[in-house]
Design a binder for this molecule. Structure first.
Ligand SMILES: *[C@@H]1O[C@H](CO)[C@@H](O)[C@H](O)[C@H]1NC(C)=O
Ligand SMILES: *[C@@H]1O[C@H](CO)[C@@H](O)[C@H](O)[C@H]1NC(C)=O
Ligand SMILES: *[C@@H]1O[C@H](CO)[C@@H](O)[C@H](O)[C@H]1NC(C)=O
Ligand SMILES: *[C@@H]1O[C@H](CO)[C@@H](O)[C@H](O)[C@H]1NC(C)=O
Ligand SMILES: *[C@@H]1O[C@H](CO)[C@@H](O)[C@H](O)[C@H]1NC(C)=O
Ligand SMILES: *[C@@H]1O[C@H](CO)[C@@H](O)[C@H](O)[C@H]1NC(C)=O
Length: 442
């Protein structure tokens, strides 16, 4: 079998039709599939460096250290990546702990936010071996570093644990107030990630731009996501409303003096675009939903990454052969990093050692069953160089019809989740929210 799973084919899937309501095209060049300078010959590493750099925009890293990592880490070597970021994280932590650093809350939060980011990067490629103690120890470090930073924000962020009502799990959340006043009801963004990112990443991607515009935020994690996966040993569940509804209940009951209940907006990032849309179908209290980007059918996206021979074995129901083929490709170390990481992270976050069980479970994550129940206005991002869910944002748009706005992100803003173009992404989101909520018939 050729190691051809996850061929790194980048499809440019857009046309300019009347269904597109917004287009961003700074730096747009439709013939170029790698629109930015490549920081690694390994496309997965390039993307990770871009995520780390992007976070500098909102105080989550410094540019020199990330470019230093890109220079020194061996391309495609996951251990080298982890080791380098681990050292960078501990070095930055030592700076954060230097007593001379603590005279100023801005120093404190810059160093601790960066420390936390570098620990998350050090963890990113480790999930192939569940026994690796670093999966837990580096995460404790990232959490502790992040909490030190949270405390030094002008309005300190607060960790909250919300018990689920359906299912035996606890939602991990952080509430960020946009105002110190105790009686100002502000619009509020509810933010969730997908397959791999942490709620700590959401602070840099969405919370900072939202707070700056006078929005409160709550970020959350459910089963399958970093802290819940580790502390409660739970993989992804398809009925994501069991995660989001308790978060909305919490806001409405515990934060009623701070939130404008007519302007509660749900945002889902990456695979969270599917999870948020699913939850929105069960939640009537939302004024709008934002999908970064749109995801229609998880199994369709994942199975397109596999070679026809492999998917044939799976679909014929020969699960033992399928598992053996995938795991031997993985352990032979011949897969491109994207594919190796995709398998490691998928098995870990769905909490199974069986690729066929993972793929089978992914079939339950689809919108077709619930899309008609989504009643609020929806913003759907569509990235030109999307790797997993090419073409799916357009399907979500077609199914939602007038309820949705499809926004095409092209060129240098065209990576998965608009990584590296945080300004363009959040400008588009908040401009749409301003327009949509203004026109809303209360
Ligand atoms: C667009 O990208 C292609 C492929 O990299 C390159 O050959 C071409 O010069 C670029 N065009 C512009 C106008 O930058
Ligand atoms: C996984 O990690 C454990 C603990 O570090 C180690 O003992 C074991 O050899 C590793 N397994 C593989 C397959 O690398
Ligand atoms: C709920 O989960 C906790 C922690 O994972 C476990 O100790 C407990 O037995 C579970 N309770 C039920 C009713 O399953
Ligand atoms: C599964 O595949 C293996 C290897 O190709 C083959 O030997 C076996 O007969 C197949 N099993 C079934 C039930 O098709
Ligand atoms: C796939 O899912 C179906 C329905 O949920 C189940 O009956 C079947 O046993 C699953 N197969 C595997 C390999 O997990
Ligand atoms: C839209 O933006 C204007 C100008 O900043 C602001 O006054 C208004 O409150 C915003 N409306 C909504 C619904 O966010």
């Amino acid at each position: 079998m050729k190691p051809s799973i996850f061929p790194h084919v980048l499809l440019a899937v857009f046309t300019t039709t009347g269904t597109i309501c917004g287009v961003s095209a700074a730096g747009y060049n439709k013939t170029d599939s790698t629109p930015t300078f490549q920081l690694s010959t390994d496309s997965s590493f390039n993307f990770q460096y871009l995520t780390a750099l992007a976070s500098a925009l909102t105080g989550g890293s410094d540019i020199g250290p990330v470019l230093g990592a890109a220079k020194n880490i061996k391309d495609g070597d996951m251990n080298s990546f982890s080791e380098y970021f681990k050292k960078l994280a501990f070095d930055t932590k030592a700076e954060a702990e230097n007593p001379e650093n603590s005279y100023d809350p801005i120093n404190v939060r810059d160093t601790w936010f960066s420390t936390s980011q570098y620990f998350r990067q050090a963890d990113f490629y480790l999930h192939g071996n569940w026994s690796n103690p670093l999966i837990h120890s580096l995460w404790s470090e990232q959490t502790a570093a992040f909490d030190n930073a949270l405390k030094s924000l002008p309005v300190p962020g607060k960790r909250i644990r919300i018990p689920a009502k359906e299912g035996n799990f606890t939602i991990e959340a952080i509430f960020y107030g946009a105002s110190n006043r105790k009686d100002e009801k502000l619009p509020t963004l509810v933010i969730g990630n997908g397959y791999d990112a942490a709620q700590e990443d959401s602070y840099h991607d969405f919370v900072v731009p939202a707070l700056a515009r006078g929005w409160n935020c709550i970020t959350y994690e459910g089963p399958g996501q970093p802290t819940v996966r580790r502390e409660q040993n739970l993989g992804f569940i398809p009925n994501w409303e069991h995660v989001v509804t308790p978060v909305i209940d919490y806001l409405v009951s515990e934060k009623s003096n701070l939130i404008d209940t007519d302007r509660l907006v749900l945002l889902g990032n990456s695979f969270g675009g599917l999870l948020a849309a699913r939850a929105a179908a069960f939640e009537s209290r939302l004024a709008a939903t934002i999908l970064i980007d749109g995801v229609w059918d998880t199994y369709a996206g994942f199975s397109q990454q596999l070679s026809p021979e492999l998917i044939g074995i799976f679909e014929a129901g020969n699960y033992s052969q399928f598992d053996q083929s995938i795991m031997s490709l993985r352990s032979a170390g011949k897969l491109p990093t994207n594919a190796a990481w995709g398998i490691d992270q998928g098995l870990w976050s769905f909490n199974t050692h069986s690729p066929s069980k993972f793929l089978n479970d992914s079939k339950k994550f689809r919108l077709i069953d619930v899309v008609d129940n989504i009643k609020n206005p929806v913003f759907i991002g569509d990235a030109q160089f999307e790797t997993f869910f090419q073409g799916q944002p357009r399907k979500v748009k077609q199914s939602l019809g007038d309820r949705a706005t499809l926004h095409s992100f092209r060129g240098v803003a065209g990576y998965h989740c608009q990584t590296g173009a945080g300004q363009e992404l959040t400008r588009a989101i908040f401009a749409w929210l301003n327009e949509t909520l203004r026109n809303r018939d209360y």
